[in-house]
Design a protein around this ligand. Structure first.
Ligand code: HEC
Length: 323
């Protein structure tokens, strides 16, 4: 009768295998990633198992009654089996521990400093796990390496990285963060300038002064003299990469590109504001693009908005001087 249970469990296991494999077949969404699918599977497994256990109980009850009947027919009074709970029987089977009263049966001959050894059997619970891990290993090898029915760890890793990269790209696309020092343009709208002002106030004031006037550490950002160039691209580059050896840190790890664009635009909006206590000019007078325009009056604060558009401004100036 015990065989029936074994057969049923084996049948159940065999039925489960194609379920796993088909669930993991390439191209489909990984079944195990799906929490609901997982729950359904676990519940189905529990229901099946408890059905098997009840069937087994029924069979063993029938078997006991049958045995009793046969014994009674033979005129033998059936001895009552000691009633152990299923848990007690399970622990017994899983440990096969020798009761202390019978230890003398398994004690080995040798003795060291009064310490003796018992020749116990390997605990079956441990052996079961050992066998299960061997079976798992074989199945794992077959499924992943022979039939390639499921993605390998490496493939899963790559797939995850691809998904993550796609997510990053999607996020970046929504953040308009694809500006760099080569394609950046000065933002002129009040909202962007205000964002830039907030970023400046939060990060830059200690070294450049609250109005960009400069102090003992950092240069004046409101005049037309620049150490590293005064175009929007130059400023973006200086902020992004920093001038580490001179004490200007790189901000590209701390500020998003669009934020650097905003703060650069804010700095350009400070041109010609002449704040009090302004630091003396450092670097070179920044002449937008062309060198012929030395006669062009210095940019005033209203002209700063055109900094991103210097080229066309210069071309217009050239045309004007040609005429
Ligand atoms: C720890 C001090 C410090 C902080 C904070 C700092 N800077 Fe600077 N910054 C400097 C120094 C020093 C220089 C001059 C570098 C040189 O001499 O080459 C500089 C240079 C610059 C320049 C180039 C100026 C030129 O003349 O070319 C810009 C633009 C600039 N900083 C913007 C910023 C912005 C925007 C922030 C905030 C996000 C910031 N800085 C934060 C110290 C700092």
């Amino acid at each position: 009768m015990k065989n029936i249970l074994h057969r049923l469990i084996a049948l159940w296991a065999v039925l489960m295998v194609p379920m796993f494999v088909s669930a993991q077949s390439p191209g489909t969404h990984l079944f195990w990633e799906d929490t609901i699918g997982r729950l359904v599977l676990i519940i189905a497994a529990l229901v099946l198992l408890s059905a098997l256990v009840s069937v087994n109980r029924l069979f063993s009850a029938v078997r006991k009654m049958e045995q009793r009947r046969i014994l009674q027919e033979q005129g033998i009074e059936p001895a009552d089996e000691p009633d152990e709970s299923w848990w007690q029987r399970f622990v017994k089977a899983a440990t096969q521990a020798v009761p202390v009263s019978q230890e003398q049966d398994v004690v080995l001959e040798h003795e060291y400093d009064g310490i003796r050894e018992l020749d116990n059997r390997l605990p079956p619970w441990w052996l079961w796990m050992f066998y299960a891990s061997i079976i798992f290993g074989v199945l794992y090898y077959l499924v992943l390496h022979v039939f390639a029915a499921a993605p390998s760890l490496e493939e899963e890793y790559e797939k995850n990285m691809e998904t993550a990269q796609a997510a990053v790209a999607a996020y970046k696309a929504t953040q308009a963060d694809n500006v760099d020092e080569n394609n950046v343009v000065a933002l002129l709208d009040a909202e962007s300038i205000n964002h830039g002002k907030d970023i400046f106030a939060a990060n830059c004031v200690p070294c450049h002064g609250s109005m960009g006037e400069g102090n003992t550490i950092g240069p004046n950002l409101t005049d037309e003299y620049w150490l590293h160039g005064g175009s929007i691209g130059n400023i973006f580059g200086t902020i992004s990469n920093g001038v580490i050896e001179k004490g200007m840190q790189s901000w590209k790890e701390m500020l998003r590109p669009v934020e650097i664009q905003q703060v650069s635009s804010y700095i350009l909006s400070l041109q010609g504001t002449n704040p009090p206590n302004a630091k003396a000019p450092q670097g070179e007078l920044w002449k937008p693009e062309s060198t012929e325009n030395s006669a062009t009056p210095p940019a005033d604060s209203t002209a700063t908005g055109d900094m991103g558009d210097q080229k066309s401004a210069n071309e217009n100036a050239d045309k004007a001087s040609d005429e």
